[in-house]
Design a protein around this ligand. Structure first.
Ligand SMILES: [Zn+2]
Length: 294
């Protein structure tokens, strides 16, 4: 009898703790109205200058988003799975809405409107100039949706203005969501075939892996080298990977951190894009070939 009661109490305590843990997972620390904003993928594949400029007083009112300095025509990607809607306004220029699966709405403003490599403002807000997908398209996390630009009142000053609207309501400060976002290593639709060129420094190797501090990424076929914020990427080294004889560390059976990093150029094996691969999660990318940088 008494054992019974103890078990019942233990079960009650366990349920209570489970309930508290679940609440801690679903309620962001800041405020209840931000409930439901998931951990985002960063909206750009580019070296980006990020600082908190939300709420700044501007000539046209309170700043409702975060402006991120980054190169003209950098790939702009979906921060979560959702549906795209094109939009256009005088101040915002070429814009898009992403209606996320979580119920959060995201607004991307000042997308590209240039047709040539000059600031010609002749592109309009159309697919293949501004947008990488059709109006109404369903997109997956890390899929390219647009190109960064300087349309609207950003003319001559390319940057992405990004807003977060939990449950489609009032904007909240996107800064902490951007700070803790996972950075996509490249932009791709889930399931499509990709391979990457990577440039950076080999910092650890052995035991079937190679870790690179990557600062440039290129997508094959047809991509161009993009500068990204330097980040470590741990690649799996499959049997038969084409490893330069001058990098014997990579074939070692023991994993070691290199005393002196080595500048290298690498490429990955062709694979189908998964969210983990797009975000460069450890071990997700397969090394195809690697050699010291020329
Ligand atoms: Zn702005």
């Amino acid at each position: 009898m008494s054992r019974h009661r103890t078990t019942a109490r233990a079960t009650f305590v366990a349920l209570l703790l489970a309930g508290l843990a679940a609440a801690a997972l679903t309620t962001p620390a800041a405020s209840g109205r931000e409930q439901g904003v998931p951990r985002l993928a960063f909206p750009l594949v580019a070296k980006t200058d990020l600082w908190d400029n939300y709420g700044d007083q501007r000539g046209n009112g309170r700043h409702a988003g975060i402006d991120m300095e980054n190169p003209w025509r950098a790939p702009v990607v979906a921060v979560e799975d959702g549906r795209i809607e094109y939009a256009e306004s005088g101040l915002g220029g070429c814009m898009l809405y992403l209606y996320g699966r979580s119920g959060t709405m995201y607004l991307y403003i000042h997308l590209n409107n240039d047709l040539t490599s000059r600031n010609d403002n002749k592109g309009g807000c159309v697919k293949d100039v501004t947008f990488a997908v059709t109006d109404g398209a369903r997109v997956s996390t890390g899929e390219q949706v647009a190109w960064n630009g300087d349309s609207g009142d950003a003319n001559g000053n390319p940057h992405l203005h990004f807003e977060v609207h939990p449950k489609g309501g009032t904007d909240v400060n996107p800064f902490k969501h951007l700070k803790r976002a996972s950075h996509p290593l490249f932009a791709a639709r889930k399931g499509t075939v990709f391979s990457l060129g990577l440039r950076g420094e080999l910092i650890a190797a052995g035991a079937g892996s190679a870790t690179l501090e990557v600062n440039r990424v290129r997508q094959y076929p047809g991509g161009r080298w993009l500068k990204i914020d330097t980040r470590a990427v741990k690649l799996t080294v499959p049997l038969g990977a084409n490893v330069s004889p001058s990098l014997p560390q990579i074939s070692d059976s023991t994993l070691r951190t290199l005393k002196r990093p080595i500048a290298v150029t690498a490429s990955t094996l062709k694979a189908n894009a998964t969210t983990e691969a797009i975000l460069g999660a450890p071990g997700e990318l397969m090394l195809g070939r690697v050699s010291p940088a020329p």
